[in-house]
Write a new protein. Structure first.
Length: 632
């Protein structure tokens, strides 16, 4: 997924600016065996590249120092479309491979496995180039300092990038290493400056600053934020919805949320045939998605539609939220053979859900599993009494947006169809469902690769959604209990919560701050809505977080950050995922009030908002509104 979001900071630190300017930035060997045996299908995807990829390991920095070569860390994920494109164009190209193998230690990172490292490299790329996304390729010095980076670039552009940095390193190696070190220090200092508390007056105005920013970014006609590439930004929508539920949101928020949820529900962002939301759209009308389907997005958006449906008395939104979770249960549930040789189901037999569905089909076509060429559409509806009715219902009766064919979306409703085709509404509905079934049957023959990693944190987010769903429909209670029981099983030793479930601890990796926060929140939400109020596992997870991830400066993203610039922060931002620190603070406060023994850590913590929150309030929306409520 290549994104163009983010803007350059005009007050960027001097060394970072000099670094970008100096480097001229504008916006057949066998792989190491560790790649072939990786738990990550993204890493396994690159085993046969001529690039001599290495799986990320902090020990590679020592190897880089011994060889006097920088690392080229390339981060992405299996379902990302542009990651596949860059592999085909560049990483399978002999000329690119020669450049990388000769001048760098090439490192492949699955951003869902090494999330903290990926987040840090993204922050560096945004600071130096103004935007970031995946695939992300960053040159890191043997001292562990990021030097320069580039996101997706065509083959020739990437070759030019590699040649330019290689020439500079050959000519000024020591100077560039020193510049990278100073740039890293400046970036770290800027993050620390962002933690400096605001005055009481400025902190008190943060809610208004937040609402002003959100209103300025809101698309009043098409919903969502911005006027180009559109992401749902689920954490922002959730914060706005919670304020609307509490009666503290400005008057414009209710209409904006209704427009946004309605537009997303009926647009190309959602698979209107089988359920599930794609990650984002290239167009502001939501109708040109890239076709990644992420478990964490399904969990967050299901929660939002269920809660919004109840708040606005929209049964159709509740039905959509439940349908989305049915899609997860049906199409993202893993079979035993997908867990890998070293993985195993839980003691209860639960195997978990895939982290994502790929944007490309088995033939390498973006959206190939979802798009309908004219010939396929005619074949699928050959036995239907009125194919034109089905086309009209799913917006496939005009010009196709995609070269490969039509993308189904919500078109005419049943009443319109009945009138247009001179049918009784019940008959129109019957023919519509028959058409939907025919399309789904035809689509089942298409291949859609899945990323079978079982992400602990994403299952925590999913449990929060299932807790709400089970209140609307008892069918989801069993699924929620299965997820809860597995989270309790893998988290029985809170000190050693794995980042990936279903694997031996040595392969599963250490959980990050995100994992702890999302699992704790999911277990809390389930107990609050379904259980008997046993919050002991949540308390145990929080105690580990405060002990292992907290230091004098804030919360570390992981217990032992591998690069020197990965500093602690009191408040972590939320863009596409919830802020882990906001969840931790909310839960700690709630359980401290319940007498769970967390009173001391909460009373000792500095909750004064920092400067970075004032400059990016939308990324801290839930924190700002929580603090406002807490301070009343």
């Amino acid at each position: 997924m290549f994104t163009r979001t983010g803007t350059a900071n005009p007050k960027a630190a001097l060394a970072v600016v000099l670094l970008a300017g100096l480097l001229g930035l504008s916006g057949g060997a066998q792989a190491n065996p560790e790649m072939a045996d990786s738990i990550s299908p993204y890493l396994r995807l690159h085993v046969d590249d001529p690039v001599q990829w290495r799986a990320w390991d902090p020990a590679l920095l020592e190897e880089a120092r011994e060889q006097g070569r920088p690392l080229l860390i390339s981060s992405g994920y299996y379902s990302c479309f542009y990651c596949h494109v860059m592999q085909d164009e560049s990483f399978r190209d002999e000329g690119i491979a020669r450049r990388l193998n000769e001048h760098f230690i090439p490192v492949k990172v699955d951003r869902e496995v090494d999330g903290a490292l990926d987040t840090y490299l993204l922050e560096f790329q945004r600071a130096t180039a103004g935007s970031a996304g995946w695939p992300l390729n960053v040159v890191v010095t043997p001292d562990g300092h990021a030097l320069t980076g580039v996101v997706y670039a065509p083959r020739d552009g990437f070759a030019e990038f590699l040649d330019r940095i290689t020439e500079r390193l050959d000519a000024d190696y020591d100077a560039l290493l020193d510049l990278a070190r100073r740039g890293s220090e400046e970036l770290s200092q800027r993050l620390r400056d962002g933690e400096e508390p605001l005055s009481a007056g400025r902190a008190g105005r943060l809610p208004q600053v937040l609402w002003n920013r959100l209103e300025r970014e809101a698309d009043d006609l098409g919903g969502g934020f911005g006027q180009s590439t559109k992401f749902p930004h689920s954490p922002w929508l959730r914060a706005m919805l919670e304020a609307e539920q509490a009666g503290t949101a400005p008057g414009w928020v209710g209409e904006f949320l209704e427009i946004t949820l309605e537009e997303m529900a009926g647009s190309g962002l959602r698979d209107v045939l089988g359920g599930g939301f794609f990650r984002y759209s290239e167009s502001p009308d939501w109708n040109e998605p890239h076709f990644e389907v992420m478990l964490e997005d399904q969990a967050q958006l299901s929660w939002i539609y269920l809660q919004a449906g109840a708040h606005y008395d929209r049964d159709d939104w509740i039905a959509l939220g439940l349908e989305n979770l049915d899609f997860v249960k049906r199409d993202m549930a893993l079979r035993e053979d997908e867990l890998g040789a070293s993985a195993a189901p839980s003691a209860t037999g639960f195997r978990g859900f895939a982290s994502s569905l790929s944007a490309v089909d088995e033939e390498g076509r973006e959206g190939g599993a979802y798009l309908w060429p004219e010939s396929d559409l005619e074949s699928a509806l050959a036995d239907h009494p009125d194919p034109d009715l089905v086309r009209a219902a799913f917006g496939m009766d005009g010009r196709a947006v995609f070269e490969l064919g039509y993308l189904p979306r919500s078109g005419a409703d049943v009443d319109e169809l009945a009138e247009r085709f001179d049918l009784d509404p019940d008959m129109a509905r019957e023919q519509l469902e028959a058409g939907r079934s025919a399309l789904i049957r035809a689509r089942e023959a298409r291949g859609l690769p899945r990323d079978e990693k079982v992400l602990t944190g994403a299952h925590g987010l999913l449990l929060s959604a299932l807790a709400v769903a089970a209140k609307h429909d008892a069918r989801f209670h069993a699924a929620g209990e299965a997820v809860r029981d597995w989270l309790l099983e893998v988290g029985a030793d809170a000190e050693a919560l794995p980042a990936l479930m279903g694997l031996p601890q040595e392969q599963a990796g250490s959980a990050t701050l995100n994992d702890y926060a999302y699992v704790a929140r999911g277990l809390y939400d389930w107990e609050e809505r379904q259980g008997a109020g046993d919050f002991a596992p949540v308390v145990a997870l929080l105690e580990v977080v405060w002990e292992r991830f907290r230091d004098a400066d804030g919360f570390r993203a992981e217990p032992e950050p591998p690069l020197p610039g990965m500093i602690s922060q009191r408040f972590h931002p939320a863009v596409h995922r919830p802020s882990p620190t906001t969840l931790i603070l909310e839960l700690t406060a709630a359980l401290a009030e319940a007498g769970a023994g967390l009173e001391q850590v909460m009373s000792d913590d500095d909750l004064r908002p920092g400067r970075a929150i004032e400059s990016s309030p939308e990324q801290h929306a839930r924190l700002i509104l929580w603090l406002e409520q807490r301070n009343r």
